[in-house]
Write a new protein. Structure first.
Length: 198
């Protein structure tokens, strides 16, 4: 494995293909301490034309300074079928990315464990860090609820166009056509808007 195998791209930085250290023939360290500006994400990928040995995958680690030994944190893996990955990291100090070619089963097991821990953390952390509001309902709204939301949407829109003809309150047909056009457009651009609480 003497040729470059992996590329590392800290967000907004040039690609790094030459490891700063090779502790073993299957382990590579890519130092990120000389970066020109701060970053919070990295991309790790197999270089074009690179095929890992049968039954192996690349485990990706974040390596931070420690006393007396550096600290490593498993981030994930890449390999056949998943040749690249993006990782969010906290790079407040000198860091390195470690890439180790390991048995695919071992990497897969660690990724499953990592995802399980992430899911547990997310479930107990609540939604304060969510970028998109989390819908806590486990089932979609019933047809009756959806129908009520559609009618409420139409009523709210059409009420502003109402007038009277004698003793009867009326709404011009053009107002209904305008509502329908806007409603269809909204359904196309945001299909789930009726399923969220209004």
């Amino acid at each position: 494995m003497s040729q470059p195998l992996f590329g590392i791209v800290p967000a907004g930085q040039p690609v790094i293909v030459t490891p700063t250290d090779t502790p073993t023939p299957t382990s590579f360290l890519f130092g990120l301490s000389g970066s020109q500006k701060p970053f919070s994400h990295i991309v790790v990928f197999l270089l074009p034309g690179v095929v890992l040995p049968e039954g192996t995958a690349a485990a990706i680690y974040l390596v931070t300074p420690g006393n007396p030994e550096p600290k490593t944190k498993f981030l994930g893996g890449i390999g056949p079928g998943k040749e690249s990955a993006i990782f969010k990291i906290s790079a407040s100090q000198d860091v390195a990315v470690g890439v180790s070619v390991e048995p695919a089963d071992s990497v897969a097991a660690r990724m499953t464990e990592l995802q399980s821990n992430s899911a547990t953390t997310a479930a107990t952390a609540g939604t304060e860090g969510a970028l998109v509001p989390v819908n806590k309902a486990t089932s979609p709204p019933s047809t009756l609820v959806l129908a009520q939301r559609i009618i409420q949407n139409a009523f709210n829109f059409l009420a502003s166009f109402s007038g009277t003809a004698g003793q009867t309150e009326v709404v011009p047909l053009k107002a209904f056509e305008d509502w329908w056009r806007k409603f269809e457009s909204r359904v196309r651009s945001d299909p789930g808007f009726l399923e969220r609480d209004s």
